[in-house]
Design a protein around this ligand. Structure first.
Ligand code: BGP
Length: 473
């Protein structure tokens, strides 16, 4: 492992900060999401409702406690820390002429504190937290105007922070919305609330196109401001294996992977792959894709590929499947070789090595594993310890596979940041009890608790991993 390998942890602004109306911040999409659970979906409430609990409003109060948290990250030996900038802190309504100075100052404070502690900030511009004003007044990313709004936000961030932040990402898990039947994914990725009679699928492809153009333009602006800046994309990497060696299953998995991963083709190669263009024709989608957009895409290829990796899936094929007409709800199936977590997420460490190989074979760009982790119910003992051996086990197995990809397969990986390095609000369920952290936060699903921080056993384990540069697992 290179001596400059970036070991660290990752969170997102809306899942840790709280302070949802502090410092002039506007509402963002996560602020109107209620708490849910594994079996009860989070609701999108167009008006804030007093009878509902909104877990992101306070989250773990990183907004006020970030110095204490960064001290703990330093104690673990973090080389880097990934978080995001809440767009609604910088442009609460987005169409203001000037950015909100108080919001910018908050991030100055966080980045300075990190750098003073020898920790490099890794920053996502949009991590499921666009201003809610854009949803209400523009219909989210279904509207081309968002390209300019986003580019302006990105430019303000690059200009202000380019001396403090080298590695950036534009849109977190942009490909989550490939599952356009999930209202939560499309809302959090693109700020779209579907209306009756709308063609959800076409709308998702339109929104994704605008996001890809906005990302490409942001990459170009970043390089103009400071050629040393590295801007990546960020993909949710869930490889989809063929269920068996039956050729139909194999073709089913090709279609399933195309449907999830065409986004990275556009980000990395600067153009749409042929299978997408054929698909748009076949579906007779009338998408607003201009010649100027295609030029922007070509000029704004990403510098590296950021990825989250939690799980893999398996797919069965059907005779009538035609590539992207693959239907995840019908065709994904359980992989009999793989166990699942309490939240039903399949655990497949070898899939990480496969993913790293697949991405590097396709794009020959450096990779950055910016999320990997294990959500579980942890028990805080009476003496404030927490024996989370299962988490160490999960991470150990994944790090071993990452090392094989790097050392045996020759895949260049810039770093590895463990998701939810400090317990935070779960994105999919809004729960606190789905914990990922090395640091336990005393906070319940209903917002109760002191908010105090306690080191879990995995805290000391990860400290050793970093100190030995991945030798002691
Ligand atoms: C990724 C998101 C994160 C994060 C993580 C774990 O999809 O980028 O924001 O939350 O998954 O998911 P969850 O919190 O739902 O367990």
């Amino acid at each position: 492992m290179n001596h400059d390998f970036l070991w660290g942890g990752a969170v997102a602004a809306h899942q840790v900060e709280g302070g949802y109306d502090a410092g002039g911040k506007g509402l963002n999409v996560s602020d109107v999401l209620t708490a849910g659970s594994h079996t009860r979906p989070r609701l999108i409430t167009p008006e804030l409702n007093r009878d509902c609990f909104y877990p992101n409003h306070e989250a773990i109060d990183f907004y006020h406690r970030y110095r204490e948290d960064i001290a703990l990250f330093k104690e673990m030996g973090f080389k880097c820390f990934r978080t995001s900038i809440s767009w609604a802190r910088i442009f609460p309504k987005v169409d203001e002429t000037e950015p909100n100075e108080e919001g910018l100052r908050f991030y100055d404070g966080v980045f300075d504190e990190l750098l003073e502690n020898g920790i490099e900030p890794i920053i996502t511009l949009s991590h499921f937290e666009m201003p809610y004003y854009l949803v209400e007044n523009y219909g989210g990313w279904s509207n081309r105007k968002l390209v300019d709004f986003f580019v302006r936000f990105a430019k303000v961030c690059f200009e202000r922070f380019h001396h403090k932040v080298k590695y950036w990402m534009t849109f977190n898990e942009i490909n989550n919305q490939a599952n356009y039947k999930s209202d939560l994914s499309v809302f959090t990725n693109s700020g779209i609330i579907f209306k009756d009679g709308q063609d959800k699928e076409a709308l998702m492809y339109q929104a994704a196109h605008y996001e890809l153009v906005a990302s490409a333009r942001a990459v170009q602006i970043a390089h103009e401001i400071n050629p040393a800046i590295q801007v990546g994309c960020m993909m949710a990497m869930t490889p989809i294996y063929p269920y068996s060696c039956n050729p139909d299953d194999m073709m089913g998995s090709v279609g399933a992977n195309h449907k999830r991963f065409w986004f990275v083709d556009v980000h990395a190669r600067g153009r749409y792959p042929n299978y997408m263009l054929n698909f748009f024709d076949r579906k007779k989608f009338e998408l607003d894709i201009t010649a100027a957009d295609l030029e922007d895409l070509g000029g704004g290829k990403v510098d590296y590929i950021g990825l989250s990796y939690y799980m893999s899936f398996a797919a069965k094929g059907r005779k009538e499947n035609i590539n992207l007409d693959y239907d995840e709800a019908k065709d994904l199936c359980d992989n009999p070789h793989i166990q699942k977590t309490q939240w039903g997420w399949p655990v497949d460490p070898v899939g990480l090595r496969y993913t790293l190989n697949w991405l590097y074979d396709h794009y020959q760009l450096p990779l950055f594993i910016v999320e990997n982790g294990f959500g579980a119910i942890d028990k805080l003992e009476d003496d404030n310890t927490c024996h989370d051996l299962y988490r160490q086990e999960y991470l150990r197995k994944h790090i071993e596979q990452m090392k094989l990809a790097i050392e045996v397969d020759g895949v260049p990986v810039l770093g590895y940041t463990v998701w939810g390095c400090i317990d935070c609000v779960s994105f999919s369920t809004g729960e606190m009890k789905k914990r990922y952290g090395f640091i336990y936060v005393d906070k319940g699903d209903d917002g109760s608790g002191t908010g105090n921080r306690y080191k879990k056993d995995s805290f000391y384990w990860y400290q050793q991993v970093i100190a030995s540069n991945g030798e002691s697992l």
